[in-house]
Design a protein around this ligand. Sequence first.
Ligand SMILES: NC(=O)c1ccc[n+]([C@@H]2O[C@H](COP(=O)([O-])OP(=O)(O)OC[C@H]3O[C@@H](n4cnc5c(N)ncnc54)[C@H](OP(=O)(O)O)[C@@H]3O)[C@@H](O)[C@H]2O)c1
Length: 337
Amino acid sequence: MTDMQRITLARRPKGDPVPEDFSLKTGPVPEPGDGEIVIEVSHLSLDPYMRGRMDDVKSYAPSVGLGETMTGQGVGRVIASKAEGFAVGDLATGMTGWASHAIVKATEARVLPAEIPSSLFLGALGMPGFTAWTGLRKFGRPKAGETLVVAAATGPVGAMVGQLAKAAGLRTIAIAGGPEKCRIATETFGFDAALDHRAYEDASALRTALAEVAPDGVDIYWENVGGKVLEAVLPLMNVGGRIPVCGMISWYGGVEDADDRLPMLWRSVLVKRLHVSGFIIFDHWDEYPEFLAEVPTKVLSGEIKHLEDVAQGLHAMPTAFIAMLKGGNTGKQIVAL
Ligand SMILES: NC(=O)c1ccc[n+]([C@@H]2O[C@H](COP(=O)([O-])OP(=O)(O)OC[C@H]3O[C@@H](n4cnc5c(N)ncnc54)[C@H](OP(=O)(O)O)[C@@H]3O)[C@@H](O)[C@H]2O)c1
């Protein structure tokens, strides 16, 4: 067997992560215990939530300890199994961490169908796609004729939110970083309009542009980013609007200048009687089979589009992660090993 490589948390970042916060370690490939499998990882997922796990703060999930392998989901082949239902050679997924090989408890792993490219289970057909599907249904409650706004619109969550909303008859408005992502948002993902958040110097300028492409106001603001975009959208919300609060990536590296205008803007929530629903996808996994019964055929037929941005090699995990947090990815960020 070859050696196992993994990337650990070397130190806690101050603000935005830098490559020195990570360390590459090599060692023997572990042997599975009873009820466990070993996965040889082919693709790893990079997700915004990993930034939060690098901080030593109380949250809905434990942080990564110093010297521990960075957390994350991977897919690959089972190369050893002491668990019923998993045979050597099966494709499987689980929380492998940022590693070339991983021991995963069978109860926390899943066999993947051979006929679907397995990296899809890290993006459109995995946690991000499922987040969009379940969050939109439960907390967005879309109705034909309404208007939806979502930022990080070409990422796996935003792209799925936009396409599901469009299919439900809504006007969909993308906010994305740069003209190329805006083009992808309209041409690939079918958004009715796309605005480049980088092109507007402040929330007020972005709001003016949004008001032009959302002349009937905004009924659903899918919250992925917080910051300038949130500040721009809130006053445009219609009475009875819904805000599924999925993430706020613009604040994940910390807030430099405590902006005291936002609390005042949140008054819109009260005045407009908005339904703001925070949610974390792991409370909803019991509905994943329903998602798998509906969405994979649409993704494989091209009815729902998806994009992957694939970096090469375990050593690329830190740089691809750092870039993704700043918008360097176009589509679901994956690393192929
Ligand atoms: N609640 C849950 O259970 C749950 C589950 C999954 C994901 N999430 C959240 O959903 C959001 C999207 O996740 P994803 O996996 O689809 O990410 P993603 O789109 O693949 O990657 C993050 C994107 O965020 C955008 N971004 C970064 N900084 C920004 C800023 N200052 N202003 C505006 N946009 C910025 C960038 O896109 P642009 O270049 O287009 O700006 C970047 O590409 C994240 O906030 C994530 O934490 C939550």
